[in-house]
Design a protein around this ligand. Structure first.
Ligand code: MTE
Ligand code: MO
Length: 261
């Protein structure tokens, strides 16, 4: 192609395409593989459009399209039955790190007595839930690793309600594409239905057997060992089920949406 910085801007997508080609090669089912190869060619065209111009915006738009394409691949490769590794109590990271888009002295203090989990979108029973009601549901716990893209990972123990159990209980439309989360601190994110239904996806109410402390997302966070840290929303206020892509706080700034770990 051309010279100078343009060449560099094509390299990244090129590597992305090679990664995708490799991932596609690992898919056993021939019909699925053929479908993905056709889609990859479409992705290639997008790349060409991206490098035909110097305009930073269109390069970013092309990269965003690749990232969304990558979401599709990750979605197809996601195995709903494959469990993330679990660890013994002795391996729990102490103290477990705090992270948010603000510093720890700005952590939101949410009143658990008045807090209600709001539900909306494609589900049958939209009545709000109190903390007490959530605590009365069957609970399970997990010791899993949390991986943050900022370069750290840590093992922690969370307890709470299996999200698939809750979604069935409220009559969520399990054929919908997305579940969105709005948080008490203006954070928001969204996940795919397959991950929502994964057995290790928890509405976490406890950390280390104690009610979730404010810094880890009181009164409730979604804990998913199959996804990177930024996909695990703390201080959840509202959950909605939708077919309209909801994005997220970091996702809208360029982080990959699927965010598998
Ligand atoms: N409400 C809310 N949830 C959030 C965030 C946030 O800023 N606000 N940050 C995310 C990121 S990037 C990480 S790594 C984890 C950190 O969780 P922890 O404080 O329990 O380690 O929370 C995620 N969920
Ligand atoms: Mo993170």
């Amino acid at each position: 192609m051309m010279n100078g910085p343009k060449q560099r801007s094509v390299l990244v997508p090129g590597e992305g395409a090679a990664m995708l080609a490799d991932a596609i090669g690992r898919i056993a089912q021939p019909s699925r593989r053929a479908f993905l190869k056709r889609s990859l060619t479409l992705g290639g065209l997008t790349l060409l459009t991206g490098c035909a111009t110097d305009d930073q915006d269109s390069i970013e738009a092309a990269l965003a399209r690749i990232s969304r394409f990558n979401d599709t691949i990750q979605g197809l490769l996601f195995d709903p039955a494959l469990l993330a590794p679990t660890y013994p109590e002795s391996m729990i990271t102490d103290p477990f790190p705090f992270n948010a888009y603000y510093s720890e002295d700005e952590v939101r203090e949410i009143d658990g007595d008045t807090w209600k989990l709001e539900l909306s979108g494609m589900l049958a029973d939209r009545k709000p839930w109190t903390l007490e009601q959530l605590r009365a549901l069957p609970q399970q716990s997990q010791i899993t690793r949390h991986i943050c893209v900022e370069g750290w990972s840590a093992i922690g123990k969370w307890g709470g309600v299996q999200f698939s159990h809750f979604l069935r209980l409220v009559g969520a439309d399990l054929t919908a594409k997305y579940i969105g989360f709005k948080c008490g601190d203006d954070y928001f994110t969204s996940i795919d239905m397959a991950t929502a239904l994964h057995p290790q996806t928890l509405m976490a109410l406890t950390y280390n057997g104690e009610p979730l402390p404010p810094r880890y997302g009181f009164p409730m966070k979604l804990r998913m060992p199959t996804k990177l840290g930024y996909k695990n929303p703390k201080h959840i206020q509202a959950i909605f089920v939708t077919n309209t892509y909801p994005g997220g706080y970091w996702e809208d700034q360029g982080y990959n949406w699927f965010g598998g770990s």
